[in-house]
Design a binder for this molecule. Sequence first.
Ligand code: MN
Length: 403
Amino acid sequence: MRFPFSNAVFFGVVQALHVSAHTQSVLSDSSKSWSEKYGSQNDLPFTGPLAFSHLPYHRCLEDASPVFDVAVLGMPFDTSVTYRPGARFGPTGIRVGSRRMHSQRAWSLSWGLDPYQQGLKIIDCGDVPINPFDNALAIDQMEVAYSTLLQREVVRTDTEAVVGSTRPFTKDNKEHPKIVTLGGDHTIVLPILRSLNKVYGPVSVIHFDAHLDTWNVPSPTAQARVTHGSFFYIAQEEGLLSNTSVHAGIRCKMTDEADTTTDEETVGFKIISTDDIDDIGINEVIRRVRERIGDSPVYLSLDIDVIDPGLAPATGTPEAGGWTTREVKRIIRGLAGLNFVGADVVEVAPAYDHADITSIAAADIVHDFLSLFVSAEPPKPRDERKPKLPRDEQEPRAVHDEI
Ligand SMILES: [Mn+2]
């Protein structure tokens, strides 16, 4: 077993800064091997294989042996966008953005918990090898990949006690894993919804986005109807959506007001606009989303362009005047306890960025999704939480055998 991340980073830094007499003697001894002298070959935040938050990485599509409750899965697909391509680099970019996070240092003030200490096995299942030349083939590959993982056995089977159990909503009355997908352009949600439909039937969607994505595209071919702005319309045609979905953060230009009629009456979405947050406040945004979704099984899809392009510039179709990252994160926390069956972050196209700003935001949101999956209710404000225990009376941390 390697040293915990926090030891590797912080003890290493401390040793470098405070050179003691003991350390001097270590430095003068050149006869020992690395392991004799320094121990493990720890991964630092900026080194090592690229997995989300340094999680165990498995090629789960070809290797069925890793058992998990939650999987992170990349879908590097970007060949059905209306404007700037580049989201095929999103999964890699988000993993790069996650490098300062680690499952041994994952407790946050905002949630008051560590998602990796709640008894769920969370791993990175790598990327789907997606054909970049044929969209019909690519979309089938994504559906097959998602279905393959969705059908895997979970670690925790004591479903009565598990927060966020999927079993009450499944056709086969079994517990199914949850997948957090790293996009990819937003079209990836169509094969995901097709896959979820086989297990759950129609689901509601909470859709964070600047755009509706419910466009009925006039097109001379069937395949060209399937775009990152039209996939929800197709999903509705296929009966994949229940009529209780909601958008959050809409601010795009439309053809005319009739677009909102199609969106609501045909596809089944209610709109919460970007501007609404100023008029009704965050708590009312949260209340309206929760009321709309109710007890239905719900899929959470977050287009990074819901965030203002000043804070998340690396995306294909940026729209000025968006929500802040902090506002989006707080709304997500307010959704805890809904019946989530999966989630994604899409439309991260790292090339339109500098300093990994967008990837860092997206990675943090993925961490929020993991916290969401293990929370029965939204976290209380900090001054309403119970006083913390002295350190020696706190629960011992779970030991991760693969870290
Ligand atoms: Mn979108």
